[in-house]
Design a protein around this ligand. Sequence first.
Ligand SMILES: Cc1cc2nc3c(=O)[nH]c(=O)nc-3n(C[C@H](O)[C@H](O)[C@H](O)COP(=O)(O)O)c2cc1C
Length: 220
Amino acid sequence: MTTFDLAETDRLLTTTRAVRKRLDLEREVPRGIIRECLEISQQAPTGSNRQGWRWMVVTDTAKRAALADLYRRGAGNYLSDGEKQSAAAGKSQDARVFGSAQYLAERLQDVPVHVIPCIRIDHLPENPPPRAWAGLMGSIWPAVWSLQLALRARGLGSALTTLHLAHEKEAAELLGIPETVMQVGLLPVAYTIGTDFQPAKRPPLDTILHWDDWDAAKDG
Ligand SMILES: Cc1cc2nc3c(=O)[nH]c(=O)nc-3n(C[C@H](O)[C@H](O)[C@H](O)COP(=O)(O)O)c2cc1C
């Protein structure tokens, strides 16, 4: 006997997409829903049980506009070039992703809620070794994904983005984020237009799975 309804659980896990074009820019998002989903995310694991997650939620209109500007500056031509190059190479999934990302970049200021996941870095040694970075990132991304899943279960969509981080310092100044805290991304959050999201096409599992021995015939 299983504890969960597997069909529903798997549907949540396989259909939580990066939502951009289907974010409802008109519908207000109650504060309570964001708080509820963030509370759920606090059950995520952290290295040494440090629980260094910090969340910056931005709904202020002027601050969202300023973040959107930083985001677009961070993107430069990356998204529009990516769309053209992927289309020219016949990579239709990539072209769609870049096109959708470009759409978001143009409208980010209109997305009702920006959530910036952050993590405390005051315990990091100078020149942190890879293990320290792995531990740090591994202590925030699980919570971010839990947040995205909890939002999706309630009819809201999000997309993990990182482009504004090119101007992280300016964002920190705008929002008063101290130097002991690192931003790791920005999630636009809104209700979704419709809820019928589908699993994305991914490579067959056997092309990425190694069992007991690394199979060099598979690409590294
Ligand atoms: C580390 C990371 C950084 C990302 N940065 C951005 C970004 O800056 N802008 C954006 O629109 N999407 C960004 N994405 C979202 C990816 O494009 C998206 O997860 C991927 O295309 C898969 O989309 P899907 O889940 O809808 O299939 C990022 C995703 C990850 C994991």
